[in-house]
Design a protein around this ligand. Sequence first.
Ligand code: GLN
Length: 487
Amino acid sequence: MDGWNRLTAHELVDRMNRRECSSEEVVRSVLDAIQSKDGPIHGYLSVDPEDALAQARAADTARRNGVSGRLMGVPVAVKDVLNVRGQSCTCASRILKGYTAPYDATAIARLRAEGAIFLGRTNMDEFAMGSTTENSAYGVTRNPWDLGRVPGGSSGGSAAVVAADEAIVAIGTDTGGSIRQPASFCGCVGLKPTYGRVSRYGLTAYASSLDQIGPMAKDVRDAALLFEIMSGHDPMDSSSLPEAVPAAGDLLVPDLKGIRLGLPAEYFVSGMDADVERCVRHAVQQCKDLGAEIVEVSLPHTRAAIATYYIIATAEASANLARFDGVRYGTRATGANEPIELYKRTRAEGFGPEVKRRIILGTYVLSSGYYDAYYVTAQKVRSLIREDFGKAFSQCDAILAPVSPTAAYQIGEKSEDPLQMYLGDIFTVPVNLAGICGLSVPCGFTGAGLPVGLQVIGPALGEMIVLKAGAAFEKVSCAAGRRPGLM
Ligand code: GLN
């Protein structure tokens, strides 16, 4: 059989275990897909075919020698913000050009321990700041469903390569929606775990109180598998949670009987694209048909979420990005005669306009005189948003919502208007502010044939509820398993 690249990780592991194919054949089929399709899509920043094939052969040998692993021989694409030992890690920024990661991030080490292969680095918005992947210093990624449109962001490369079968699974990060929104725009599955579930050791920080690593996949089962492998306490990340990780194996729920799903009134607002609303409402009806009880809930502080997020995220970013000074990592500006000049030149040349905007905004909201008015107020509102979810989850097990108010839009359509871009994050940032979990699962298509995602939001540590609900819904979703009619 040809076309191993079109299968899921769990299907491939089964087949490789039955010796129906080798990891080398799988990796070759993915490399062929990259070769034939990634030119216009540009989902990858770099791919090392020789190294990937060497890893594949090593996995095949290990398997023949009786070594087992839940991802033995499966290639994984990694967003360019996570360290994979010996590979470049640029965060899609000029300032990290030429930087090679000296160690594996904990999430990567855990995948590697299960036999995963790391074949390439995926494009993203610079330092994960953005919603379209247009903010990459190395060129925009295009949506495989319509090459004139954005793939979403900031994990746009990861979403695009999964959707185009240029990858089996991919890893993304989500600070305010960067896994769920591109998954929705590209028609794949994306999970943002509970804050602290996956260690952030080896992840280049954007906003440390919001960042989470998570899987992007072709089905819910693969997302669950990767989630289970990557999660769990890590002494290298003091914010990582001590709670045991539930076994993702048993997602086979026949229906949604006995499950209460909340519908927040504030998430069905005017201004939302009519096609998106139609798809999400249809999905809600399908969940009802599967036996779920649908209850109305309220998240009254939603209207303050964007302002709160863009204060907290930029404040944290301004502190985190101070480390890129031209001395310790990546590129260094030439021609400076003294240290301050070196920092200034390196940062002026190295950071793109959106990153600079965020550093300036973040520095402003933290500056004396404004700190109380902006930063402290935002922290208080964050508590209110968290309390909103707490109240809602006393009435339901999970919440159904759109992922984004629109489907994928045209490249360039919002890039000149940062505020418009920020407003598109309205349905995803509250989940990060509350530290809870959220899944995006394909639920339909717009009239123009663009994918739309359904968001299933769960309480802290509620990943199994959202994964189960997502898996049950996926079985009836008209969008599950659909691929762009590419080339
Ligand atoms: N679009 C949001 C931002 O620009 C979220 C990004 C993310 O989750 N990394 O900050």
